[in-house]
Design a protein around this ligand. Structure first.
Ligand code: C5P
Length: 222
């Protein structure tokens, strides 16, 4: 079974995808981690992020491996565990260079498909999973939510982690990431053909998970 979940930043995709994968007893494929890993490599090696040839070359030579862990996804880059390092603000703010590089996307899409074929059954989460990477998935979801609500959730997470940031700052960041994801020429964030759309604005994580699970079970019984 292949399930895809696409949607903008901060919409709760990762949590929902992890819960769904665990309840179905299948793997969780966090494709954003692959873009983050190449971004981390570029930052560490002082590669010019705005140079698509250099970024593509870096992506071709990066050894990225993903493993399922109890607390999410484990990521190794060239043999080193970078699961925490890829979540830094620096990586988050610069990942759009890799995401917007067509040749790097080609490499990462091939990697995601290869991981997918090894896993067999999985829940893949990202921006282009149902539209580009796994267009024949059994069930496709597109999750969205009001930007202010997404920003508020992110603020709450940051405050809980002891790193409070003003709501306006987080909202500006959410809107900027949305703009980049939706307007890039290659593999922009869109609602994939045949995707089930879920608006999480006024829903709890449990409600979203319940809704996803019901849809998957309905499709399974067809
Ligand atoms: O989802 P996450 O925030 O980890 O994604 C990191 C970066 O990778 C974002 O800039 C996002 O636009 C990009 N991305 C992408 N395609 C995917 C997954 C993530 O372009 N399938």
């Amino acid at each position: 079974m292949i399930v895809t979940i696409d949607g903008p930043a901060g919409v709760g995709k990762s949590t929902a995808a992890r819960m769904l994968a665990s309840s179905l007893g299948i793997a969780y494929l966090d494709t954003g981690a692959t873009y983050r890993a190449v971004t981390l490599k570029a930052l560490r090696e002082n590669i010019e992020l705005a140079d698509p040839d250099a970024i593509a070359d870096l992506a071709r030579h990066a050894d990225i491996r993903l493993t399922c862990r109890q607390d999410g996804v484990g990521v190794t880059l060239d043999g080193e565990d970078v699961s925490d390092d890829i979540r830094s603000l620096d990586v988050t703010n610069n990942a759009h260079y890799v995401a917007g590089c067509a040749a790097a996307r080609e490499v990462l899409v091939a990697l995601q498909r290869q991981i997918g074929s090894e896993l067999g059954s999985f829940v893949a989460e990202g921006r282009d999973q149902g539209s580009v990477v796994f267009p024949d998935a059994d069930v496709k979801f597109y999750i969205d939510a009001d930007p202010e609500v997404r920003a508020r959730r992110r603020c709450d997470e940051l405050a809980a982690a002891g790193k409070p940031v003003a709501l306006e700052t987080v909202l500006a960041d959410v809107l900027q990431r949305d703009g980049r994801d939706r307007s890039r020429p290659i593999a922009p964030l869109v609602k994939p053909d045949g995707a089930i759309e879920i608006d999480t604005t006024s829903k709890t994580v449990e409600q979203v998970f319940g809704e996803l699970l019901r849809w998957v079970e309905t499709r399974r019984c067809r």
